[in-house]
Ligand binder design. Sequence first.
Ligand code: AMP
Length: 293
Amino acid sequence: METTDSISALRGILGSRREKGKTISFVPTMGALHKGHKSCIDIARSLADVLVVSLFVNPTQFGPGEDLNSYPRPIDRDLGHCRDWGCDVVFLPTVDEMYPIAQDIWVSGGRLSKPLCGRARLDHFRGVATVVAKLFNIVQPDVAVFGQKDAQQALVIREMVRQLHFPVELRLSPIVREADGLAVSSRNAYLRPAERVLATGLYGSLCHGRDAVIDGERDPVRLCQRIRETLCSGGILNVEYVEVLRVEGLVSPETLEGRFLLAAAVHVGSTRLIDNLVIEVGPDGGVSEVELF
Ligand code: AMP
């Protein structure tokens, strides 16, 4: 496994592999690797000859007062995982390498960045889209893998790839969960034991919403209300949002038909957690859980 913090060294390494006809897959991460990342890495490993993983805590996607400084950075552990999981090249740039001058040219997250997490995290998706655009230009992967855990992020990146003509194929990993359903996240480490117990209510409430749709609920407003009530009765009182949106365009549906995203963000203690389910209501009224894309 090769490791570098330099853009030019990475270009050298990948250029010579590309000249030999090798294909490249890429998983961008902020490190603190866990089994959710492993799922993305496993998929990427199976899709190309050379697997590149980046470890970079991107400052421009954090807002004021967010956890940029306290975000975990267990570099040695991460490199061990990358080796064990079959990565060929790890790119771990410094902030100065990625942002050598004050950034004043941005890739906007576009309309898909406005609802859901975009309401409270104003410039978050601009930071994500900009750093992913930089990384795509640096790595020039044939295929890149993202997690459905960050469904809105995946949709923003897909739209960026379409609108800016990046020659990269996107693939998704399903959400990897703990045994009790909590979506695996680097931020779960912040949860105190009692909070960790409460946190399972997030996925539980989305499942309750899905079951309500299976039982015939077709009103999106009432569905959100039911999910909120389940969160509240499970002791999760600080709800940032519960939204039900069409996957196409992330717009509010009048009634629940087709493919839609059931998504929530909550605060448990000082930890912000997000989760989602994608549900399809077919023309025959059949309800199934499906992948985002
Ligand atoms: P992050 O390091 O949080 O920026 O995540 C890097 C990639 O891993 C993103 O594409 C995430 O969506 C994905 N990811 C994070 N957690 C999970 C999870 N529990 N299941 C699947 N993918 C995940």
